[in-house]
Design a protein around this ligand. Structure first.
Ligand code: PLP
Length: 398
């Protein structure tokens, strides 16, 4: 079949393919402990469920303005301004179908053929796809586990060329869990200002930081930095609302208007019921998020403990999100009982799925080829069981 060149580079999402395999195995009767998931297991808070039901009963089931209900855009602006000391207005906010659509639209509106976008690797693979769909090129700047995946500012500087139009920051990070401190964000913002580069700050895991870490948005640094920052956030991870598809973006009004035009052409408004529910989500007390952090911090300790018990696995200490990226390179080159050589994280993930009955995500698509990404968005007992099963499966490699 002849498909348009528009999508010739498009690769299917690696996590979606994995999800299908897990479902297939489950259908065949296997019990798979799924550490590949990218969303919390916790139910959506009761008040939000009630708000959603009320929205349906009140008839909020029609089209809304493309960029979102004015009341929601106003409340989001107020919410950001209160928490970050910014001065966003409603016309500097857009509400879209998840943070993912926000990022896609921002990238598509701001970069094009011949442009380069810098990513700090390991990174969320969807950025690369979105950059390619815009006709631009993703350029990765590595960060290292021994530096706790903090950016090397010299490397970042060196990667800048006259074609560099954007730097994407994701703190807390998927898949490393790294959180960038204020000095680092300031230094990156300074580089962006000096070279006239956009900063896209994906803050979707903002509410999930541990060990007393606080995420810093470039938007809160100064009006000058804010003028070149696109701040993206949403409700999927912090409010267990992934299926409702609700994200938002704040940025200069011209950029927001461009994204609104794009959204009008492609999808129109996002789910109206979810928008009404988001109004209630913005009223959740800080205590709700403190509790959430507490739950995930305990789970992080559990997964670290489980992984530390496995010989020859390098276990990092994430500061945020709900992923950990242990390094399994010591197992590369060994053979499974069936004689298959484990020579990549793809093979290792496959082996652990079939033999250990634990689903993990191979590191390749994140540019972390000796690692696996494990999500710990699940009960502590399941985490304990999953790490045991990984340990037992690995012990069979020779
Ligand atoms: N950004 C990152 C880094 C993510 O990991 C994800 C989801 O996995 C998203 C954005 C997308 O979130 P949403 O569900 O709001 O589209």
């Amino acid at each position: 079949m002849r498909l348009s060149p528009n999508i010739k580079e498009l690769q299917p999402s690696p996590t979606l393919a994995l999800r299908q395999r897990v479902q297939e195995l489950t259908r065949k009767g296997h019990t798979i402990l799924d550490m590949s998931v990218g969303e919390p297991d916790l139910p959506m808070p009761r008040v939000l469920r009630e708000a959603a039901k009320q929205a349906i009963d009140e008839g909020w089931t029609r089209y809304t303005p493309v960029g979102g209900l004015l009341a929601l855009r106003e409340k989001l602006a107020e919410h950001l301004n209160q928490r970050k000391g910014t001065d966003y207005k409603a016309n500097e906010i857009i509400v879209s179908t998840g943070a993912k659509q926000c990022i896609a639209q921002a990238v598509y509106s701001l970069v094009g053929p011949g442009d380069e976008v810098l990513l700090l690797a390991p990174y969320w693979p969807s950025y690369v796809t979105q950059i390619q769909l815009a006709g631009a090129q993703a350029v990765s700047v590595p960060t290292r586990a021994q530096d706790h995946y903090q950016p090397d500012l010299e490397l970042l500087q060196k990667a800048i060329t006259p074609r560099t139009k954007m730097i994407i920051l994701n703190s807390p990070n998927n898949p490393t869990g790294a959180v960038y401190n204020r000095a680092t964000v300031e230094a990156i913002a300074e580089i962006a200002c000096k070279h006239d580069i956009w900063l896209l700050s994906d803050e979707i895991y903002e509410r999930l930081t541990y060990h007393g870490e606080h995420p810093v948005s470039p938007a809160e640094l100064s009006p000058e930095v804010r003028a070149r920052t696109i701040l993206v956030n949403g409700f999927s991870k912090s409010c267990s609302m992934a299926g409702w598809r609700l994200g938002y973006m704040a940025g200069p009004k011209e950029v927001i208007a461009a994204c609104e035009a794009l959204q009008g052409a492609w999808t129109s408004n996002t789910n109206a019921i979810a928008q009404r529910t988001a109004l209630a989500a913005l009223d959740l007390a800080e205590g709700f998020f403190d509790d959430l952090r507490g739950v995930f911090e305990q789970r992080l300790l559990q997964i670290q403990e489980g992984l530390h018990a496995i010989p020859n696995v390098e276990v990092p200490t994430p500061q945020g999100a709900f992923y950990i990226l242990p390094d399994f390179h010591a197992y590369f080159g060994l053979k499974s009982p069936q004689g298959a050589v484990i020579d990549s994280s793809l093979k290792l993930a496959d082996y652990l799925l079939l033999e250990g009955k634990v689903a993990t995500v191979p590191g390749e698509p994140f540019e972390a080829p000796t690692c696996l990404r494990l999500a710990y968005a699940m009960d502590k007992q399941i985490i304990q069981q999953a790490t045991r099963q990984i340990q037992q499966a690995l012990a069979q490699l020779r």
